[in-house]
Design a protein around this ligand. Structure first.
Ligand SMILES: *Cc1c(COP(=O)(O)O)cnc(C)c1O
Length: 403
């Protein structure tokens, strides 16, 4: 996508607005497919929670991807997008048995991550095959907020509880057709990740009815120049060799599965916002935009970095700005960042805005959530309208104090 395309979109659809480049999503999907091409059977489940717009899900369906879902509603969105329930995996944490039963009834592959629910589900529905989420207790990344494989984590069934897990499976006569792990959000070191997979292979060998092994995600994408990204090709090469060896030892071919979110959509996304005010204080120049953490919370929630370009003046002289929002709380997107000279009214483009941006947006300060646009085949398509006052009032029940 060109800068001019983004500017045109901001002009046509207003700001703030999210823009996703379907070409980039497709390229990432294909890159992952070729990295693991040596696997005889490969399934990529796109993690819906990263970006759950229906048209994006339809794009993934068209590409041949399955979906990874974490709620009944995400499953329903996937089905609404026309995805085959057999290509949907449901990997929730801390949800009720009742919700898991509803999802199973839709024909979706369920994945259970605690022994209590596993035992209850297995006793009631021994004929429904389930996948089990294992916690190998490996820290894949450095940030404890987004690493979910370590010892204190609430995710998965601890590898130290495998004997108990096997007893439940035997007693209930249920079938385990998959084993799964999702160690965290950032694979910085392939060696550490492969170490975790060894633990998973060891666990997998204990189940005789496996159809797949799901290695979760955690593929790191670059956010700024010099960032370490996961070397997907190297990982693909090493893991598929090891996986094929596992299949040979296991005695038959099973499917290698992944469920990336960020890798597939992060870099495809741009968030466009307009500068309302340039405010010079004694120490800082603030650029205040027509948005805040109601629309993009990642920098405030976990300190994530998003590149910011002034697309209205791409060739101007660089100056230092603190980019802030309009929310009546501290909502700093970037501190003392070098950005091409900003004039009020300019449009700023935030990069890496595809994953966990719109899907985490809220109505805080009673602001509307932005529109979403998909750039597909060289054209902009509106895929979600900007909210209106009706959306803010919807579901509010007005109490009539006069009565
Ligand atoms: C969030 C999530 C993913 C996707 O993680 P990314 O870091 O976006 O790739 C995959 N699997 C499960 C179970 C998740 O909860």
């Amino acid at each position: 996508m060109l800068t001019q395309d983004l500017l045109n979109i901001a002009q046509e659809y207003g700001s703030p607005v999210y823009v996703y480049d379907a070409g980039k999503i497709t390229a990432q999907y294909e890159r992952l497919n070729s990295a693991f091409a040596k696997a005889k059977s490969l399934r990529i489940h796109y993690a819906v929670k990263a970006l759950s717009n229906l048209s994006v899900l339809k794009l993934f369906k068209q590409l041949g991807a399955g979906l990874d879902t974490v709620s009944l509603q995400e499953v329903q969105l996937g089905l609404a997008a026309g995805v085959d329930p057999k290509k949907i995996i449901y990997t929730p944490n801390g949800v009720s048995l009742a919700e898991i039963e509803k999802v199973a009834a839709l024909g979706v592959q369920i994945n259970i991550d605690n022994l209590s629910i596993l035992e209850q589900f297995g006793s009631k529905h021994p004929d429904v095959p389930v996948c089990v989420r294992i916690n190998p207790h490996v820290m894949a990344g450095g940030n404890a907020n987004i690493s979910v494989g370590h010892i204190d984590s609430k995710f998965g069934i601890s590898i130290h509880q495998i004997p108990h897990l096997l007893r439940i499976v035997e007693n209930t006569n249920m079938t385990v057709n998959g084993v799964h792990m999702h160690t965290g959000s950032d694979i910085l070191d392939i060696g550490v990740f492969l170490y975790a997979t060894e633990i998973l292979f060891e666990t997998a060998a204990k189940f005789k009815d496996l159809e797949f092994i799901d290695f979760g995600s955690g593929f790191k994408v670059p956010y700024k120049e010099g960032d370490v990204a996961t070397d997907i090709e190297e990982l693909g090469d090493q893991l598929t060799d090891r996986f094929n060896q596992f299949c040979a030892d296991y005695g038959r071919e099973i499917t290698l599965a992944f469920e990336p979110g960020k890798f597939l959509v992060s870099e495809a996304g741009y968030f466009l916002a307009q500068v309302n005010v340039v405010k010079q204080t004694t120490s800082t120049v603030f650029a205040g935009i027509d948005s805040g953490f109601n629309h993009l919370i990642r920098p405030m929630l976990y300190g994530s970095y998003h590149g910011i370009t002034n697309i209205s003046n791409p060739d101007g002289r660089n100056r230092f700005y603190s980019v802030v929002g309009y929310i009546c709380e501290t909502d700093t997107f970037a501190q003392n960042r070098q950005i091409s000279e900003i004039t009020e009214g300019d449009i700023l483009a935030f990069s890496n805005a595809g994953a966990y941006c719109y899907s985490m947006a809220s109505n805080y300060n009673s602001r509307y959530r932005p529109a979403e646009v998909l750039w597909y085949n060289g054209e902009a398509h509106l895929i979600r309208k900007r909210e209106t006052m009706d959306d803010i009032l919807n579901n509010q029940v007005e109490l009539d104090f006069a009565v």
